[in-house]
Design a protein around this ligand. Structure first.
Ligand SMILES: C[S@@+](CC[C@H](N)C(=O)[O-])C[C@H]1O[C@@H](n2cnc3c(N)ncnc32)[C@H](O)[C@@H]1O
Length: 258
């Protein structure tokens, strides 16, 4: 890893590693999505894609008696999750793997459930649907939260922001079509409530930023990253009615050849 990349990872670890989550979500939402799944084997094999420091991984470990593989690209996130796994005595059931979701090397039809909160946008939702399907056993489930437009008339400032932030962002209805068109049965979907943005993500981020600005003062790259966070929170404060996360729960059909 070159020096610049190492430095970026250090800043990210200081910023995101200090938060309970690395994106919007909550234990309630994880539980709600989990309750929408059809029946799972007694000990399902679960993959958590883009696990971060693992808030939802640990919740999944409470919800199932299965085995969970938590995947992310950043050591700082995986190390923090690994500490939690050991502290909670989960080492026999939860493991981490450092892999890119773009190059996952699992065998076909491995998982009973693929979970991903706030992360599939990194490979693009459509691409993620294509990539995950063959990794699921027939009848296996995919549960993922995805950033969506909730209304089709976003104000110019919000539209401009996501032109750079997530140009491929779609409406909920378009994503529903994408899911069914990609060979999944949709079991249900719901909006993440606004407190799922704030309680474990934006509020602690807002509390952390002043000390980080102090620590990194004179470092334009770090300050630019913190400015982006402030802008993102300001956009959300103004335009939360127009966009948000939708949790989708779907299944690869169980029928032969599907
Ligand atoms: C918005 S965060 C969500 C983290 C966690 N699921 C949560 O809800 O708190 C996105 C996660 O994707 C991870 N990530 C970024 N690029 C990735 C890649 N190519 N493959 C796997 N994970 C990646 C980030 O490290 C980060 O943990």
């Amino acid at each position: 890893m070159d020096v610049d990349m190492h430095r970026t990872h250090t800043i990210m670890a200081d910023l995101y590693g200090a938060l309970p989550r690395q994106g919007p979500g909550s234990a309630d939402c994880t539980r709600r999505a989990f309750s929408m799944l059809g029946s799972l084997p007694e000990r399902p094999l679960v993959l958590d894609v883009g696990c971060g420091t693992g808030a939802q991984t640990l919740e999944l470990a409470r919800l199932t008696d299965g085995y969970i593989v938590a995947l992310d690209v950043f050591d700082w996130a995986l190390n923090r999750l690994s500490e939690q796994i050991v502290e909670r005595g989960l080492a026999g059931r939860v493991s981490t793997t450092k892999q890119s979701m773009m190059e996952m090397d699992f065998e076909a039809e491995t998982f009973d459930l693929i979970w991903s909160e706030g992360a599939l946008y990194i490979m693009g939702f459509e691409n993620a649907l294509k990539t995950c399907r063959p990794l699921l056993k027939p009848g296996g489930f995919l549960a993922a939260s995805e950033l969506c437009w909730f209304r089709d008339d976003p104000p110019g400032e919000a539209r401009e922001f996501f032109k750079t932030g997530y140009p491929d962002m779609k409406s909920v209805a378009d994503n529903v079509r994408l899911i069914t068109g990609s060979g999944y049965e949709l079991f249900g979907h719901f909006h993440l409530p606004d407190r799922a943005w704030w309680d474990d993500y934006y509020t602690p981020m807002r509390q952390t930023l002043p000390a980080l600005r102090q620590k990194y003062k004179g470092s334009p790259d770090a300050i630019a990253m913190f400015d982006d966070c402030d802008l993102e929170m300001a956009i959300h404060t103004k335009y939360a009615a127009w966009y948000g996360y939708e949790f989708f729960v779907c299944r690869r059909p169980a029928t032969m050849g599907a």
